[in-house]
Design a protein around this ligand. Sequence first.
Ligand SMILES: [Cu+2]
Length: 163
Amino acid sequence: MKRIIIFLFLFVSLLFPAVHKHPEEKNNYGLCPVLAEPASKEFSYEYKGKKYYFCCQDCVEKFKKAPETYISRIKEIKIEAFQFGYLPEVIKVKKGDIVRIMLTTRDVPHGFMIKEYGIDVKVKKGEKKEFEFLADKKGEFDIICSVYCGKNHSKMKGKLIVE
Ligand SMILES: [Cu+2]
């Protein structure tokens, strides 16, 4: 009997971290559409069939008064990395926009790095990496590949333009 209990205990403790890991990874609610601070699952609001997450209840109330104003600052952009470039090559947004990138790769693993914004996301084939950042600096920024991906890796470039 004792052995069974020990076995069960070991089994459960082995299983538990695996179960626990998942929500942690998914614990990303992006940026609050109002203040562009990290959003939490505690403050959400559904609008036109879509759920939005906020950093605080104040922001939910602000959003309710003028949803379109805040939604219009969210720029969703699908980017496909490939040997050796990005499609689209140029991303153009306005200062203050919340940029949501959905990154995939056509072939081998690639990176998506914008040094000035502290962004470095890596993607493997079959994966879709979604991340957000606030375009709070005006200018033109190079997007470079941070994973060695073949002979023209160093020429792999894209551009972020923040107007
Ligand atoms: Cu690459």
